[in-house]
Write a protein that binds this ligand. Structure first.
Ligand code: MIC
Ligand code: SF4
Length: 689
């Protein structure tokens, strides 16, 4: 990483470890929380007995839980507003916009570190922040002035050359990158963009790329801070915070090695060959796996075409042209990925004087109040309304399954970042991820359309020289919050705290799941999101999409194991815990008695959340051992404490099948101590750093 932007920021913030390998600790300048993860985060902050935050700026946003069906959401908002005032946190009121868009507009700065209790916090990487998503407890610790710990990253260099052609958008850059790197096997990496092509991209355009870097599973993504960044900050009235941040001319990006399946990952392997000049691909081994190594990805922007991610995963990338004429039923333009002023202006200009196709329902959720106010003032909003768009609230809304769900099996084109099946609120949804340009083309024609074939000129929209500045919905905290009374309520329940691991561990495999299980599968959002502040209630729905009618739910199976004096264990395949930062995917299982997860691999944020809530993450040493456990099997592990303290492997006995196998313990020394304390809260309260 020598000479990279990543190295410069990390060097300036390093508190523990070395920038060569192992775990490092960094000082956090800014934090953000949103309401769905925020209540837990602040309740845990309170449990640490800290009066005020110790960061340069901490901001609490309300943008997720705004459906307000029942009292829960409003109760949360009032709690969040009061605790923000007490603890010294800015409060972004409901209606002010989506946390990542607003943070980019009003707070994010080049060279700063930002920790957010939301996986798309890396949006701020577009301005040159080192912005990382984490569980709410990690954010609570950072608010209290504690370091954030991460593995010293491998820096993947992505060189951008050329310039995007009309109707091709920044979304197509990140979709192309997803087709190369996939959503798997990038844990511990950071993407750094560089090259001539960077300067042709606006800050919000860059942020579309860093936002969806979350889907790669990397720790974060970063752009350099250049004149474009400076102009953006000036237009936001914040140029005082600007300092250029560029890589050295001889910056060194790291070599990465990925394991891929020769057949199943054929498309990714072909893309690695096409986009990585120094790619080396091994011959397949006896299981059909190849090793792909490369150190530099080059994307020529002028060669890019409009792309889409097919339903099911953000890595299923195909050119839009391949789907030409597939009928489209619904179009949604919104979410923290693509709802900036520029995005909405392009859509409004394309729709001006036209009407949305009769078979399509079009929803538009502006990313922030600033965006909404500006398109209202310049007339673009009137063009959208005249065209028949449904104007939705400036919030997460449909992105997290809160309204605007598509009909059964209906094709929905969305400018969002995730299309995990069912996330839209419809179990058999068909959500495709696209740019605003491709989205509006379908809204006009009623079918998948390469926007370059629309037959009219691309509306060239310049970035504003001055954005509309009105922070009336951003409440600054009083200098002394001691007099503030915190608004608790009956729907806000204190989160349970972790327990030291039982030794020996006697458990039941309460569920066995396959590959790529997301946190949306573990702890679904949508209409259940309102239970975020009530773990006992929310825990009833753990693995809800996988529960079968007429059978015991996951929660009931855990409870019955508990009655028999046993803990519960989750068995999983590759990339367990992909997706969001929601620590409820660890907290609720912990509440139900889950004490270990045994998987082929576990994603970064989720693994950290498991440790924070004293659940032991174990990785099959031999992935084939996955086949030696079935749901309902009894498992036993002896010498748990001693082994977790010092050893790299642990043996798990399958009592039911009379066999045993080894699992890896891939934890830093600090994480081992956290587990020994019974979780991060206890560790921090006992003075652990
Ligand atoms: C998401 O996009 O899945 C969310 C909802 O924003 C989550 C956070 C949460 O579950 O509250 C995320 O991305 O971290
Ligand atoms: Fe909100 Fe969707 Fe962005 Fe998550 S991905 S923060 S739900 S807009």
């Amino acid at each position: 990483m020598r000479g990279t932007v990543v190295e410069k920021i990390l060097k300036a913030h390093l508190t523990n470890g070395q920038l060569s390998s192992g775990e490092i600790g960094i000082r956090i300048d800014q934090t953000l929380t949103q309401d769905a993860t925020g209540t837990t985060s602040y309740l845990l902050f309170e449990a640490m007995d800290l009066a005020r935050v110790r960061t340069e700026a901490s901001v609490s946003y309300v943008d997720h839980n705004m459906a307000q069906n029942g009292p829960e959401n409003h109760n949360d908002h009032l709690y969040l507003q009061s605790i923000a005032a007490k603890a010294g946190v800015y409060f972004s009121r409901p209606g002010n916009g989506i946390c990542h868009q607003v943070h980019l507009e009003r707070f994010a700065l080049p060279g700063k570190t930002l920790l957010g209790s939301d996986s798309h916090t890396p949006t701020a990487g577009g301005i040159g922040s080192f912005a990382v998503g984490a569980g709410g407890l990690d954010v609570a610790v950072a608010m209290g002035g504690g370091s954030f710990y991460l593995p010293c990253p491998t820096v993947i260099g992505v060189e951008l050359t050329g310039q995007l052609r009309p109707w091709v958008a920044p979304k197509d850059i990140i979709l192309r990158l997803l087709s190369i790197l996939t959503t798997r096997g990038n844990v511990g990496c950071v993407v750094e963009y560089f090259g001539e092509g960077v300067k042709s991209l606006s800050v919000p355009g860059r942020s579309t790329c860093t936002n969806m870097g979350a889907e790669l599973g990397v720790t974060t993504s970063v752009f350099p801070a250049d004149e474009v960044t400076h102009e953006f900050l000036k237009a936001q009235g914040r140029d005082k915070g600007f300092a250029p941040l560029l890589p050295e001319a001889n910056a060194q990006y790291d070599k990465i090695t990925k394991k891929l399946h020769a057949e199943k990952d054929a498309a990714a392997i072909a893309n690695i060959r096409a986009y990585c000049a120094d790619a080396e691909i091994s011959a397949p081994d006896d299981k059909g796996m190849v090793q792909a190594s490369f150190s530099r990805i080059v994307i020529d922007l002028s060669q890019l075409v409009p792309l889409t991610a097919r339903p099911g995963s953000p890595e299923y990338i195909v050119p839009v042209a391949e789907l030409a004429d597939v009928a489209v039923d619904q179009v949604l333009i919104g979410s923290c990925t693509n709802s900036s002023f520029h995005d909405l202006m392009v859509v409004a200009a394309a729709l001006k004087g036209r009407t949305v196709h009769p078979r399509v329902e079009l929803g538009i959720a502006p990313g922030s109040r600033q965006v909404l106010a500006m398109i209202a003032e310049n007339g673009a909003l009137a063009d959208l309304v005249a065209a028949g768009a449904r104007i939705l609230e400036s919030a997460c809304g449909p992105c997290i399954g809160q309204g605007f769900s598509p009909g059964n099996g209906r094709v929905s084109l969305r400018t969002c970042n995730r299309n995990f099946t069912g996330r839209s609120g419809t179990a058999d949804d068909k959500v495709y991820l696209v740019s605003p340009e491709t989205a509006v083309a379908a809204a006009i024609t009623g079918k998948f359309t390469d926007p370059r074939s629309l037959g009219f000129a691309y509306p060239a929209i310049a970035e504003p020289k001055a954005f509309k500045l009105d922070d009336g919905m951003m409440i600054a905290p009083p200098s002394d919050g001691s007099h503030v009374e915190v608004a608790y309520s009956e729907t806000i329940v204190k989160p349970p705290s972790g327990q030291v691991l039982p030794d020996p561990l006697q458990a039941v495999a309460a569920i066995k799941v396959g590959d790529k299980i997301t946190t949306d599968h573990i702890m679904p959002a949508g209409t259940l999101l309102k239970f975020r502040s009530n773990v006992p209630e929310y825990a009833k729905y753990v693995f809800n999409p996988l529960n079968k009618p007429g059978e015991m739910t996951f929660a009931q199976r855990c409870q019955s194991a508990g009655k028999a004096g046993k803990s519960a264990v989750i068995v999983a395949g590759e990339s367990y815990g992909q997706g969001s930062s929601r620590e409820h995917a660890a907290l609720c299982p912990m509440y139900l008695g889950v004490r270990a997860v045994i998987a082929k691999s576990i994603e970064r944020i989720h693994q950290a959340n498991l440790v924070n809530f004293a659940i032991l993450p174990l990785i099959f040493e031999n992935p084939a051992d996955y086949d030696r456990i079935e749901a309902g099997d009894e498992l036993a592990v002896t010498d748990v404490s001693k082994t977790v303290e010092a050893s790299e492997t642990i043996r798990v006995r399958n009592v039911t099948r009379g066999c045993d196998f080894a699992c890896k313990i891939q934890l830093s020394p600090r994480q081992r101590k956290i587990l020994a304390s019974g979780g991060l809260l206890k560790y921090t309260r006992d003075g652990g750093k």
